[in-house]
Design a protein around this ligand. Structure first.
Ligand code: XMP
Length: 516
């Protein structure tokens, strides 16, 4: 029997979707406990936690494919409410005797759905009859199982929602967990509270408590932990969390790769002192710069930096023999974007999976299931200063993935100056905290200009400011023109090597937030 605190929560069965953790996070946002189990967990172990409801996630496979993940029929035949999403929706149909076939075109992205709520579906409380949702599927349910009733279709006519057993089983072709689904939060809330009868009694503080307990049960009273700190929110929160258990048995190493923002290494070291973390600052900037010299391919750059990072870290760690654990501040978007869940590799995040095999240490990743804003809120609960927590996210390989083309110290300095001006202007306009991330990119593109009577041939700086909730998707921020204008003028004046300033207005998708 698992711990009783889990009873009354939601169990999410993971069929491999990149959004499974996002479902868990949405459930947490609604203050309900959730746990994720693999799709092939035994029905006994699933029901042992006494969940109030089951959510079947989406997944990358086809339910009609040869080795498609299956569902034990007993799970949907017991009395527990079930919500099937995408793959989960199709799987319920097949399991109960319906039919799924390959669709003609598939549906991807924002799609309009029309609901016909003739049976008073509880999941539709407060949801208008026509609304935009996020679709991502090829197959579609072509025949409903006996006793099921459809209550929604997309504009193209594909079945989008049905229920069985008066709404105890609800199945949605679209993803209510994705922000684009306008009433997704309402639908999940209706499922949790109106259909499953959950109570909103799970708090982020519970996460901290449980996490400290599980760290304490893994890390014994004599174990030493080493940790690579990057100056960012994630590794800092992970370190402060573990320091509550390991105290001075936690040794932190700050590998300075030389790709940080203006004045950042100094500020970071001071902050660690204030947080009482034992940190050794290793300036390895020369080594990193020579390793990436001449590299232009983004993945090569990322891999080279990631590998060298591990090597430098390992050298330092060897000076502290006896560590049993390697602590990393990996968070959830790092895990999926690095392709660890079986999806495509979008970018190799250098803090994921770089564990040197022969170091003989075990990996400790206490915030692996969290999203950035949750990490920030947990940081605040742990007493980390606000100014640190509110710092915009920064990629592991730092400015190396924002300095396109020749990676020389001079060009990195140009980028640092331009970036500092942009951030200063955003801060003085009072916009820093409302923007998810703002930064400059330096392009290997020169253009002709005129300064005084002289011809110039300067580089191009690009301003990028995005709004996001969790870095999975992002939109370009409409900064006030005065801020853009002043920033552009200042950059050209104060950084004479830059001859032109442009603005990146692309969302994610199709772009990613960073340029490389
Ligand atoms: P992308 O560019 O993939 O970035 O849309 C999503 C978010 O992740 C940050 N990012 C990283 N964070 N290590 C990190 O810890 C990395 O290698 C890395 N690459 C990108 C990026 O700044 C954005 O907030």
């Amino acid at each position: 029997m698992r711990k009783t605190e889990k009873s009354g929560g939601i169990t999410i069965l993971d069929f491999g979707s990149q959004y499974t953790r996002l479902i868990a996070r949405r459930v947490r946002e609604l203050e309900v406990y959730s746990e994720i189990l693999p799709w092939n967990a035994s029905p006994e172990s699933i029901l042992d936690g006494k969940p109030k409801g089951l959510i079947l996630s989406g997944g990358p496979r086809s339910t009609i494919g040869p080795d498609a993940p299956r569902l034990d029929r007993s799970l949907i035949e017991c009395e527990i409410p079930v919500l099937g999403i995408c793959y989960g929706m199709q799987l319920i149909a097949r399991t109960l005797g319906g039919e799924v076939k390959k669709g003609r075109l598939g549906e991807y992205g924002r799609t309009r759905v029309i609901f016909k709520n003739e049976n008073g579906e509880k999941i539709l409380k407060g949801v208008p009859a026509s609304t935009d949702v996020w679709m991502s599927h090829w197959d579609e349910v072509s025949r409903l199982p006996e006793g099921a009733s459809a209550f929604g279709a997309s504009e193209s006519g594909a079945l989008a929602a049905y229920s069985v057993n008066e709404g105890r089983i609800t199945a949605l072709q679209f993803h209510p967990e994705v922000d684009t689904t306008e009433y997704g939060r309402e639908m999940l809330s209706n499922f949790l509270f109106d259909i499953c009868g959950c109570e909103p009694n799970w708090k982020l503080g519970d996460w901290v408590k449980r996490s400290l307990e599980s760290i304490a049960s893994a890390v014994s009273k004599t174990d030493r932990v080493i940790c690579g700190l990057s100056g960012g929110v994630d590794s800092t929160v992970a370190a402060v969390l573990v320091s509550k258990v390991a105290g001075d048995r936690l040794d932190c190493i700050f590998v300075d790769h030389g790709f940080m923002r203006k004045n950042e290494p100094k500020q970071v070291v001071e902050m660690y002192k204030r947080l009482d973390l034992r940190v050794r600052h290793v300036d390895a900037s020369e080594r990193f710069l020579s390793a990436v010299s001449g590299l232009a391919n983004p993945e090569e750059k990322r891999k080279t930096i990631g590998e060298l990072f591990v090597r430098v870290f390992e050298e330092e760690a060897r000076k502290r023999r006896g560590a049993k654990w390697l602590l990393q501040g990996t968070i959830y978007p790092d895990v999926i974007e690095s392709g660890f869940m079986g999806g495509a590799v979008i970018k190799s995040h250098h803090n994921v999976g770089g564990l040197p095999g022969d170091m003989g240490v075990e990996l400790l990743e206490p915030i692996r299931e969290l999203f950035k804003d949750e990490v920030r809120r947990i940081g605040a609960l742990l007493g980390i200063p606000e100014e640190m927590l509110k710092r915009h996210p920064f990629p592991g390989p730092g400015l190396a993935v924002r300095c396109l083309g020749d990676l020389r110290r001079e060009r990195l300095d140009i980028l640092r100056e331009a970036d500092a001006i942009f951030i200063e202007e955003i801060k003085s306009a009072g916009l820093y905290d409302s923007v998810w991330q703002a930064f400059c990119v330096l392009l290997p593109v020169r253009s002709v200009g005129v300064a005084g009577d002289a011809r110039t041939y300067g580089e191009t700086a690009v301003l990028r400011a995005v709004a996001s909730r969790d870095a999975m998707t992002a939109e370009s921020v409409r900064l006030p023109w005065d801020v853009i204008d002043k920033t552009a003028k200042r950059i050209c004046q104060e950084v004479p090597q830059v001859g032109r300033v442009a603005m990146d207005v692309t969302g994610k998708p199709p772009a990613t937030i960073e340029w490389e």
